[in-house]
Design a protein around this ligand. Structure first.
Ligand SMILES: [Fe+2]
Length: 294
């Protein structure tokens, strides 16, 4: 389906959902699905439950690979070491471009990165937060270039794919305030900002955002290599601050429920053929997380 048709379909779905009747019905269906799934939620340790509770109350948790202790972290980091030099060879193709992503062939070749995002403990945390079975939207391995391009995800926005969208962002180099940190506005401001901007969707220029909220409330997630940010990017306004000093390498793992509110916004860079190759070593539960589309 081409981009124009997808956008048109999204607008149609949004218009329907904005009509009170359909909006109420969709909300009731969503609540019923959560209630139905509550007894199926996987058990969490108290440490992992703390992450879920912080996501509920703050919309964001900042931790590290060391603190998370995910079993395949070493293999994942080993894969990033192989992949980083390959990304650096393909930069500066286009003047409006600000990030270079690993392509599907590279994601398959360095599959340990893809596999890390499907670690059962991470899936269990996310399922408890979503309250629904998890859809894994593939990892985005990216190099954000230190240039002045200011568009799309470098502008303020909320993610639209679903009611809750979990992003796990792993920094692969040290990121200070000039190194292109993930920036966000605390969850408590979301209702006021949404109302003041009459925000529905799209990207907001920084100058516009500063007219409705003081920049002293903008939070930069700085940290050393191995910093992990877990955020609900549908609930907190966020952007990637432009890197000034040097390019930023990071991996973005993204998750929604398997019945996202706006499925056409759920981008896919991996084809079914790609996923079938990656699925060969996965458990049944992990396979359900990648083959969730109707
Ligand atoms: Fe986003």
């Amino acid at each position: 389906m081409n981009t124009f048709v997808k956008k048109a379909l999204n607008r149609i779905i949004e218009s329907f959902l904005q009509i009170h009747f359909f909006s109420n019905k969709a909300e009731l269906t969503y609540q019923a699905a959560i209630e139905k799934h509550v007894d199926n939620l996987p058990f969490l340790s108290s440490n992992d439950m703390t992450i879920v509770e912080a996501l509920r109350s703050e919309g964001i948790v900042i931790t590290s690979l060391t603190a998370l202790l995910i079993p395949s972290t070493l293999q994942m980091l080993q894969a990033t070491k192989g992949l980083i030099p390959k990304i650096s060879q393909s930069i500066y193709r286009n003047k409006t471009e600000y990030a270079i992503h690993a392509n599907p062939k590279q994601i398959i070749e360095y599959r340990e990165i893809f596999d890390w995002g499907l670690e059962q403990r991470l899936l269990n945390i996310i399922e408890n937060y979503l309250g629904l079975p998890v859809a894994y939207l593939h990892p985005s391995f990216r190099r954000d270039i230190a240039n002045q391009v200011q568009r799309n995800t470098r502008l303020w926005h909320l993610d639209k794919e679903d009611r809750k969208v979990v992003k796990i962002i792993v920094y692969l180099n040290d990121v200070n305030d000039d190194g292109g940190p993930f920036q966000y506005i605390p969850l408590s401001f979301t209702p006021t900002v949404t109302r003041s901007l009459r925000y529905n969707y799209g990207y907001i220029q920084n100058q516009t955002m500063q007219q409705v909220i003081s920049p002293s409330n903008f939070k930069s997630c700085t940290g050393s290599s191995g910093t992990v940010i877990i955020a609900d990017t549908a609930k907190i306004f966020h952007r990637g601050k432009i890197p000034i000093d040097s390019d930023r390498f990071a991996i973005f793992f993204e998750y929604t429920s398997r019945f996202p509110k706006y499925p056409f916004y759920c981008k896919r860079s991996l084809t079914n053929e790609n996923l079938l190759i990656l699925a060969t070593k996965l458990s049944e539960n992990q396979r359900r997380c990648i083959f969730w589309r109707l």
